[in-house]
Design a protein around this ligand. Structure first.
Ligand SMILES: [Zn+2]
Length: 145
């Protein structure tokens, strides 16, 4: 996977006109594949997760991405996603991914050690010019779950 880089070495070269056309077409295809993968993934996820992972909280859950969903490499990787209610996802100053990141990290370490490991060891990997076929494969794979 030559398109997986560590965060520091991100470089871009200037594309020719034809490259540019192909690039735009590719981007459109990718965009619709992303929408498809998101929808399939959400359906899969909610089939298996009904409420927040925090003990004692029974609020309905949403998907919380440990590594930002802007990083497509892990956007549909179940190891990168945890079911949290929106309070524990974004708002709580005591325990939430966005509202109290340090406490949340500690909670992950204690309660979801494997996912914590995955998170920490992959958070600096990014995808650069991920090929379209990879997105197609993601869609097919999620369909098969
Ligand atoms: Zn909650």
């Amino acid at each position: 996977m030559g398109w997986v880089r560590s965060r520091k070495r991100h470089k871009q070269k200037s594309p020719s006109e034809e490259d540019d056309r192909n690039h735009k077409e590719n981007q459109m295809n990718k965009k619709s594949l992303i929408i498809k993968a998101d929808a399939l993934f959400a359906t899969f996820w909610h089939r298996h997760h009904k409420c927040c992972a925090i003990e004692g909280c029974n609020n309905p859950c949403e998907l919380c991405h440990l590594i930002s969903r802007g990083n497509h490499l892990f956007r549909w990787d179940p190891r990168n996603i945890i079911n949290l209610c929106s309070w524990h996802h974004k708002n709580s100053k005591l325990l939430s991914h966005h509202g109290s990141p340090e406490a949340f990290k500690e909670w992950m370490k204690q309660n979801k050690p494997e996912q914590y490991e995955f998170w920490q060891s992959n958070k600096n990997k990014i995808g650069v010019s991920i090929p379209e076929y990879w997105y197609r494969e993601q869609v097919e794979e999620i369909k098969s779950w």
